[in-house]
Design a protein around this ligand. Sequence first.
Ligand code: NAD
Length: 283
Amino acid sequence: MANIINGKLVAQQVKENVRNEVEQLKNSGVDICLAVVLVGNDPASKVYVRNKKLACEKVGIISKEILFDENISQIELVSAIKDLNNNNKINGILVQLPLPKHLDEKEIIRSIDPMKDVDAFHPVNVGKIMIGEYDFLPCTPAGIVDLIDSTGIDICGKNCVVVGRSNIVGKPMTMLLLNRHGTVTVCHSKTNNLIDFTKNADILVAAVGIPNFITADMVKPDAVVIDVGINRMQDGSLCGDVDFSNVEKVAGYITPVPGGVGPMTIAKLMENTLRAAKKQNSI
Ligand code: NAD
């Protein structure tokens, strides 16, 4: 049976370190503030924003929730983000995605000051990750690296397979594993014979968005299996991309859903906000 990687526990440690540093900065007169921009009334987005606000409270970061009507125009939203860029009391800016269809998400992200881009989605930050000279790492992939590290298994030289090539998870995940000297293969919806790749993975990251997509026969014995998927089932429960109950019989380490990658994403957001504040204050 696989060892369960406890994402809540690892996230707790990350947040504890952030909390200590935030407190030290506060004592020296530096307050840290994260602006979270939410457009419209998407219920899932509201839950994510609330969780981010709660995490801020726990680590001592001030959170400023900025809500806009779902009919806000592109120009108005860009202008609001520019105001946040120019506000030196705001250290980090996060725009909750997805945005309503009439808004150009890419342009909105490009309007965030890269030094306040705590999601690391701005093309400047994405480019810096490519050359390994980054200020911020995207929260979910960075959290996954911490989870892998928590197993004590060294990524260096391992066969790593990432299933999914999204800009938010799959692609940056690939770069982070490569930066840690993994031999990385990226699979996606057009990959032929997926199992031939996943079967050879010492480290397998599933970021597909299909419930129970990775089955036990696709997993190498003793592999580290990271499940990024968050799929809401009809009964309201959450299900990952990995068929947990069967894969845990084959894998060496596995993350559960919930309680695996999810808590790490928020913990790394707190870390990035602290990092942004330190950079802006030349600390
Ligand atoms: P996405 O829809 O943007 O990308 C999905 C990827 O899966 C695509 O690159 C596609 O090529 C690939 N794919 C689809 N069908 C496939 C198939 N049959 N075989 C192989 N590859 C296939 O999704 P995303 O934003 O990368 O998110 C993926 C999952 O991770 C979702 O469930 C999402 O909710 C979850 N997620 C979780 C967190 C977290 O904090 N835990 C963060 C971001 C996303």
